[in-house]
Design a protein around this ligand. Structure first.
Ligand SMILES: [Fe+2]
Length: 789
């Protein structure tokens, strides 16, 4: 269907006159409309200097292919290569919108027959409402620009003339409230060309962007843009919708030490690379507390302040001076709630990115107001924001590629992260691997980026890159307890945090784990899982096992014991893959190697610990058994906030019931003398439903003892949902079992309550089915050891 519009000459002249008048009115009303983040209703790009980051009012797709050079925005053409305005969108067809920009073709690239174009994209809308989702999930676009052969294009219309690209060309796009559009090009010698189109109703509503596009035949031309203006009654301005130059902050407080990391964009060499942490005094005044250098690769600045008075809350802000102006990012260092009756930890993992910017879950978490948030890994996936992962690029380009993905995490969660401590640990996808058996941090022998390479054991990305990724996620954690880096130079971060009356062991359960491909070398050993439990195989490695043993036996003033790691120490799933077929052995699970898993859990027996994990894309609450049922820690695994690869716990038969505590004396005597076990106290009444049959005592597929209290599975069939069956990505993610966990440690009753929330609920208006079937579950905690009292 063609939307050719024949613009009557009189109407066109009227439109031009009105546009000119309107522009003049805007200039009078906004004589200094030079700053993107000003109160102006107009957009004015105002690029200066040289840097990869385009500025606080823009989002570049993909970020490494754009750059500001001496005030000119330069982009390499490719499918979907755009720079969106964050501050200005077309929100309704309420009035005309006019844009202009100077473009020039800097370098013609690509194969013969390839063609690129540069200009405007309007009407960019995403899979979810809002300007942020449209940045990374664009579904619609109306394009208007000049092709590398000089032809003008506007929607489905192609101009007759060929415009010279020997010099810069000024492009102007006008769209009336009725959708009558005209694209004009004027060259340095005053020649003017134009093409017109009548746009389908409302098709131009959405984000506006500059584009360096392509016809998809490998064209990589470089285009330059200057002086992007946009204005008109149809353009909505949101001056506060900026991102940067301070992107977000994340902090911990432990042992009277504050550690805080602030994130920055890829600045230019001429920019300021120092940031300050400021604290507010009781009279409201701000004072510098510390200055820190911004790391050149991770673009993070980390601050550490000792002798912190944790009994009171304090406002803080990051201060950074950029282009002559001070920017601030504010939050609150909360008082340590160690004397409060309850300590509440929210747990998240695995955000596959479909729901960016995760507004629903973030709003619910803000309402739930946890004391601490734990992100167990896969804060990003390789596919975030499109364009794949730059695994084989140099360290700097691969880091920019990672950062554009991790920014989506920080941008989503920064309102939660700024006001409470957070534990964030990377998992496999955070380091661009589909699976990660780190094998002591070595490089994968022989290279490769596929599953076979991962299984050999090691990291595929360069050491400086892995360390920089870790800095973006863990640099705000308490310092590592055993800081010697891996022989490869990859840093370690396992550590202890004391907060909220809890002693928290933060583990790395991937970095030291043996790669199965390094021991089995492709030879199948049959289905007996014990044949895969060879001597010398590692899960946590010697150093972490020694740490865990010390930590578990340590007397401490802390009342609760918590272990945080990436994945659960069991093969908790029965089904996996896009077809959700019955799975058997899974060496990626924390249930393998079994002996190493047992050693870790035996270390934990004296602690009465609650373990928190993510990774598996469904939820589960279980208690580990090593020599006997329920003789070690309770473990709570949360689903993804946006589940990707499907997994489920659908055992063929129900587990053996756990005997009531009173009739359990035989069991109790069998337990290790040191074991301090939690026990089920109450759970929401589970009728004889399928969810009930998921519970009880099981041997997992690797032969490990697990006692399942409840599981939060995906809906059956949700893995094969067709867009025609369920149109909303939120509804699909809900049915795929996405959600998050909330753990409440209660000192007066010595209990812990596990809540597992599904994606679609409203924390302000609780309903019975907000949580997965079987949740919440409340467990009695073991009595604290005498040394704790
Ligand atoms: Fe994951």
């Amino acid at each position: 269907m063609t939307y050719r519009f024949v613009f009557p000459r009189t109407l066109f002249l009227t439109v031009l006159l009105l546009t000119t008048l309107f522009h003049a009115m805007l200039l009078v009303a906004n004589p200094s409309s030079a700053q993107v983040a000003s109160d102006s209703t107009e957009l004015h790009s105002d690029w200066q200097g040289t840097r990869t980051w385009v500025g606080p009012g823009f989002w570049a797709n993909p970020m490494p292919r754009w750059r500001v050079v001496d005030g000119e925005l330069r982009g390499v053409s490719g499918r979907g290569h755009t720079v969106h305005s964050l501050t200005h969108q077309i929100e309704a067809t309420s009035g005309a919108v006019e844009q202009s920009v100077h473009v020039r073709l800097i370098e013609r690239g690509g194969r013969p027959g390839s063609r690129s174009w540069a200009g405007f994209s309007i009407g960019i809308r995403g899979t979810l409402d809002g300007y942020q989702n449209a940045l990374v999930h664009p579904q619609t676009s109306v394009d208007a620009g000049i092709r590398s052969d000089g032809k003008l294009v506007l929607a489905d219309q192609l101009g007759d003339d060929s415009v010279s690209l020997n010099g810069p060309v000024r492009l102007t796009l006008f769209v009336s409230a009725a959708g009558q559009a005209v694209l004009k090009a004027s060259t340095e010698d005053q020649s003017e060309f134009q093409v017109r189109a009548n746009l389908p109703a409302g098709s131009w509503v959405g984000n506006i962007a500059l584009s360096a596009g392509t016809n998809g035949r490998g064209s990589e031309s470089t285009w330059g843009f200057r002086d992007w203006h946009a204005g008109g009654p149809g353009l909505a301005a949101h001056p506060d919708q900026t991102f940067g130059p301070i992107l977000w902050s994340q902090y911990t407080l432990s042992d009277a030490t504050l550690r805080l990391t602030a994130h920055f964009p890829p600045l230019g060499t001429a920019d300021n690379w120092r940031a300050r942490l400021q604290l507010q005094s009781d009279d409201g005044q701000w004072a510098d507390a510390q200055e820190s250098e911004i790391d050149k690769l991770s673009r993070t600045a980390t601050f550490e302040i000792g002798a912190w008075d944790a009994t009171r809350s304090r406002r803080y802000r990051i201060a950074y001076r950029w282009r002559g102006q001070d920017s601030h990012w504010q939050g609150e260092i909360r008082s340590d709630p160690r004397d409060q009756p309850q300590f509440r930890v929210a747990v998240f993992s695995c955000d596959h990115g479909e729901l960016f910017p995760n507004r629903r879950i973030v709003d619910n978490v803000l309402h739930q107001n946890p004391d601490l948030v734990f992100f167990a890994g896969d804060q990003i996936y390789e596919g975030y924001g499109g364009f794949g992962a730059a695994r084989s690029a140099g360290t700097e380009e691969a880091m920019l590629d990672y950062l554009r993905k991790y920014w989506q995490f920080g941008w989503s969660w920064r309102d939660v992260l700024k006001d409470r401590p957070s534990i964030i640990i990377p998992d496999d996808h955070d380091v661009f691997q589909g699976n990660l058996w780190g094998q002591g941090g070595r490089a994968v022998p022989g290279g490769g980026t596929d599953g076979a390479a991962f299984a050999k054991g090691g990291y595929i990305m360069p050491v400086p890159w892995v360390n920089a990724v870790q800095r973006t996620q863990v640099s705000h954690l308490p310092k590592p307890v055993d800081p010697e880096p891996c022989p490869s130079g990859i840093d370690v971060y396992f550590t202890t945090m004391r907060y909220g009356g809890a002693s928290i062991a933060i583990l790395e359960d991937r970095k030291f784990k043996t790669g199965p491909g390094s021991v089995f070398q492709g030879r199948r050993r049959g289905s007996d899982p014990s044949r895969y439990d060879l001597p010398g195989l590692e899960l946590l490695g010697d150093r972490q096992e020694a740490f865990l043993k010390r930590w578990a036996q340590q007397s401490s003033a802390e009342y609760f014991r918590i272990v945080c790691s990436q994945t659960i120490f069991a093969k908790a799933s029965t089904h996996s893959g896009q077809k959700l077929r019955r799975s058997q052995l899974d060496f990626d699970s924390g249930g393998w190697p079994q002996s190493a898993r047992d050693r870790a859990l035996q270390c934990l027996q004296p602690a009465g610990a609650v373990m928190l994990h993510g990774d598996q894309h469904f939820g589960m609450l279980l208690q580990h058994g090593v020599d006997q049922w329920e003789d070690s820690a309770v473990a709570f695994m949360v689903p993804g906030t946006s589940n990707g690869f499907p997994r489920a716990w659908w055992p063929e038969a129900p587990g053996q019931p756990v005997p009531p505590r009173d009739s359990e004396s035989d069991d109790a005597t069998e337990r290790s003398a040191n074991a301090r076990s939690a026990s089920a106290r109450s759970s929401s009444a589970l009728a004889d439903t399928e969810a009930k049959r998921w519970t009880g005592r099981f041997f997992d597929d690797l032969g490990n003892r697990i006692t399942v209290f409840a599981a939060g599975n995906p809906d059956r069939g949700s893995n094969e949902l067709k867009p025609s069956e369920e149109r909303s990505v939120e509804a699909i993610e809900h049915r795929k079992g996405s959600g998050h966990g909330l753990v409440t440690f209660d000192r007066p009753s010595n209990t812990v309550r596990f809540e597992l929330y599904r994606l679609l609920f409203d924390a302000e208006s609780p309903q019975p089915d907000d949580q997965f079937p079987g949740f919440p579950v409340t467990l009695d905690l073991p009595a604290p050891p005498e040394s704790d009292q």
